[in-house]
Design a protein around this ligand. Structure first.
Ligand code: ATR
Length: 283
């Protein structure tokens, strides 16, 4: 670090669990960028002050996590089209004092799905489970890949219907809400099944959102959860012959896009993944 070091960080509440600092600092080391990335615990009532501080100190960029992704938008100068459609920002770029908000969660997920499990999404039939906070960005990014269908199922029907309807005006939407009771039949059709619900997350590691035996053996099973790295849903789908895709890739690639927006350099995704994995195993 010297007097040219460029500053970055992540804000959230809580924040001490975040793997973003180890991941992004590794990316800076790997590419020779003189940057420093730290985690800041910012309470909701101090969000405005935190963003003013970012401006004052001339940070080049910031990641934003729970619970600030929606409220932070009011403090920015410009919101990128994708983030506006999703209604949440997870990455801020400071362009000479102008703060621009992006959302790299959904596109990070799709890039990881394409690189790790299924390179071609056009024409595919995709089933998304869950209509919570994580689902929205993923639906938007998947819909942009020209799939032949995106079905959305949620335990609470009204949330699936409302979320699907909210896309009608923002994009040529192929998102169709389906009832939880229809899942078995729809699974038999789906090429890709994505779990965005919290079912199967540690400590409830034996739970699955649906019966994995409903999937076609040639389907891709994808899970946003990365703790555990392989959920029971993925493990059982794999035993059926399905290709599986875990949630760590989404985390890596949302950070890779942020790195690329800030630096203009290609992100060293392999090194970033290695760093995050070794932070889990404590090596
Ligand atoms: P996130 O921001 O991570 O998406 P969230 O907004 O709390 O988290 O959403 C959690 C999602 O998991 C919701 O879709 C929720 O379904 P409901 O809308 O019906 O609550 C889903 N979920 C949680 N527990 C579930 C369970 N046991 N079975 C099915 N879906 C579940």
């Amino acid at each position: 670090m010297d007097s040219h070091t460029v500053l970055f960080g992540v804000i959230g509440d809580p924040i001490r669990h975040s793997r973003s600092p180890v991941m992004l600092n590794r990316a800076f080391r790997e590419t020779g960028v003189n940057g420093l990335y730290a985690a800041f615990h910012v309470k909701p009532e101090r969000l405005g002050e935190a963003i003013a501080g970012l401006r004052a100190f001339g940070f080049r960029g910031l990641n934003v996590t729970i619970p600030h992704k929606i409220e932070v938008m009011a403090h920015l100068d410009e919101i990128h089209e994708g983030a506006r459609a999703i209604g949440a920002v997870n990455t801020i770029v400071n362009e000479d004092g102008r703060l621009i908000g992006y959302n790299t969660d959904g596109i990070g997920y799709v890039r990881s799905l394409k690189e790790e499990a299924e390179p071609e999404l056009a024409g595919k039939k995709i089933l998304v489970l869950g209509a919570g906070g994580a689902s929205r960005g993923i639906l938007w990014a998947l819909n942009s890949e020209n799939p032949s269908a995106v079905w959305l199922a949620n335990r609470t029907w009204d949330k699936a219907r409302e979320l699907a309807e909210s896309f009608v005006e923002t994009q040529a939407s192929r998102i169709l809400p389906i009832r939880w009771e229809e899942l078995r039949d729809v699974c038999a059709e789906a090429d890709i099944v994505v779990n965005t619900t919290s079912v199967g997350m540690s400590p409830n590691v034996s739970e699955t959102p649906i019966d994995p035996s409903w999937l076609k053996p040639e389907a891709v099973a994808s899970d946003l959860i990365y703790n555990p790295l392989t959920t029971a849903f993925l493990q059982q789908a794999k035993e059926r012959g399905c290709r599986i895709h875990g949630g760590l890739g989404m985390f890596i690639y949302q950070g890779a896009y942020a790195f690329e927006y800030w630096t203009g350099l290609p992100a060293p995704a392999r090194a970033m993944r290695e760093e995050v994995l070794s932070s889990f195993t404590g090596k």
